[in-house]
Design a protein around this ligand. Sequence first.
Ligand SMILES: C[S@@+](CC[C@H](N)C(=O)[O-])C[C@H]1O[C@@H](n2cnc3c(N)ncnc32)[C@H](O)[C@@H]1O
Length: 206
Amino acid sequence: MSNRDVRKVYSFFEARWYDSFKEVWNRFGTPKAEKKIRIFLKEYVSEEKSILELGCGTGKNMETIQRLNLLFKHYLGLDFTPDMLNQAINKSKANNRVTFKQQDITNLDNLDEKYDVIISTWVMSHIHLPSEVINKAQNLLKDDGSFYLVFMTKPKWFINFWVWPFMLLFKARYVTESEIQKVQNIKEIKRYSFNLATSILIKNTN
Ligand SMILES: C[S@@+](CC[C@H](N)C(=O)[O-])C[C@H]1O[C@@H](n2cnc3c(N)ncnc32)[C@H](O)[C@@H]1O
């Protein structure tokens, strides 16, 4: 699973397929996990909050924030696939609080600002050592900030039977339980759709 292979998948047809695929996934794949993302955004995004998204793709979460009419201070979305970012940029051109940037999230050393809210959805299955990236990203979280992630984990066999061909196609891997255990400051962990998805909420303080 090289970065080049992952980028190739998401660059297919200039990433124009992704949003339609995501609609189907939201409805039939893991609707509860998707609902929980919206609940998190409603609860934690507000006028004074700065937001960082790791692996923003076509900007689906930014779309949700705008659809929910949530105000925010500013938003930075990072992704390493230019075609996905182009889709995201086209959607938020008019909003000068929104910035999308091409960057590999396994190296965040160039970022010096701290954020109130960090999100990352359906990305960690592409990362070799997710716990390392998640723990490093916590350095970019303000003291009272919140970091929310959703990612694929190995489901029960009867779900895995249908999903594993997609995992191959997407050059993705289930995030392992041992990787999850290495993540620091987890305040809440939830499982969805027979374990196909796991969400974690991280907070630096109690
Ligand atoms: C399944 S999409 C998820 C997009 C978005 N978060 C969503 O929920 O719709 C995975 C995204 O992660 C990005 N990605 C994977 N590995 C990455 C890395 N190391 N650095 C930056 N982006 C990465 C891919 O380019 C792709 O846009």
